[in-house]
Write a protein that binds this ligand. Structure first.
Ligand code: CAA
Length: 295
């Protein structure tokens, strides 16, 4: 069945090579899912060789973990590893059909990166952004061909979370959109078409939830009580554990974007900012006995 709002599937273009801009943890997760599910070559780029090597190293380590768990055979692992390469040069994207960026969540950075990619790719190459909160329209607007840009938003951990938010900007071409849906199907994910609005749908819901919990903490409820209060609701993770997994600076950044867009509907936590400033990775610090204590 065609997902709501998706164009006809026959408009989709073939994707025989994928580019991933960035070699951070999210980018590595993307590279792996493309190589493993689509079985196409995936090239990751980053600003220096050390980052590239680390990114490809993470992908290989994750493949080894899948072998150790008996999820994939040694042969499949070797094939998947061979499909993922890294480079410091975006010229590697020259023959790519689909390039997705997963760089720092800052409009100017994403615009710059996609302009550099556009300068080297073929005319029909699709440019996707994994932005979680920025406007896809704004990311695309200064490119020579903004109609080739689509939002393709994965969730963490990419290997496990089944959803992709496909974001159509007003200028997005139907063939680009159809290809995004076809790719999502190939990746065995569920794609939904969402409007280009701040943080789309899922992060708006999540950030409301996380915002209310951090607000309770800011108002004086102890962090473990505020976070733990939702545990009996059957969520897969408590809100603070989720914030820790996506990274506190990322969670804070999305909260700030939503606050800027929608005002007091979204809470920006002073306590969370203080923890970020102090270099704390979670709202929790490991206690000496291996348990967790509120910093
Ligand atoms: N990478 C790869 N695989 C992972 C993983 C990771 N980081 N974390 C967990 N998994 C895998 C495990 O290996 C395991 O796989 P197998 O069944 O093959 O063994 C499977 O996921 C289940 O893991 P666990 O049994 O260890 O743990 P769990 O049952 O508690 O599930 C979870 C873990 C899937 C992460 C679950 O807690 C969950 O769904 N949490 C909510 C995640 C969520 O809401 N994500 C959205 C974040 S917001 C975001 O990403 C948006 C943004 O733009 C900032």
């Amino acid at each position: 069945k065609r997902p709501a709002g998706a164009p006809e599937a026959k408009l989709a273009r073939p994707v025989a090579k994928v580019g991933v801009v960035g070699a951070g943890l999210m980018a590595g997760q993307l590279a792996l899912v493309f190589a493993r599910q689509l079985k196409v070559p995936v090239v990751m780029t980053d600003v220096d060789q050390a980052r590239v090597d680390r990114g490809v190293g993470h992908v290989h380590a994750e493949v080894d973990r899948l072998v150790a768990k008996g999820r994939i055979s040694a042969d499949a692992a070797n094939r998947t590893k061979a499909l993922v390469t890294g480079s410091v040069s975006k010229a590697e994207f020259a023959d790519a059909d689909f390039v997705i960026e997963a760089v720092f969540e800052e409009l100017a950075v994403k615009k710059q990166v996609l302009a550099e990619v556009e300068a080297v790719v073929k005319p029909e190459c699709i440019l996707a952004t994994n932005t979680s909160s920025l406007s896809v329209t704004a990311i695309a607007q200064d490119l020579a061909h903004p109609e080739r840009v689509v939002g393709f938003h994965f969730f963490n951990p990419v290997a496990v979370m089944p959803l992709i938010e496909v974001v159509r900007a007003p200028q997005t071409d139907d063939a680009v959109l159809a290809t995004a849906f076809a790719l999502a199907k190939g990746l065995k994910k569920t794609a939904v078409l969402v409007k280009d609005a701040p943080a789309f749908v899922v992060n708006r819901v999540l950030l409301r939830l996380m915002g209310e919990v951090t607000a309770a903490f800011d108002e004086g409820t102890p962090a473990d009580v505020a976070d733990g209060a939702l545990a009996p609701m059957g969520l897969p993770m408590t809100p603070f554990t989720l914030a820790e997994m996506v990274g506190l600076p990322v969670a804070q950044h999305v909260a700030e974007s939503l606050h800027a867009a929608f005002g007091d509907r979204f809470h920006v936590s002073a306590n969370q900012q203080a923890l970020i400033d102090a270099g704390v990775k979670g709202l929790w610090a490991p206690a000496a006995d291996g348990g967790r204590e509120v910093p």
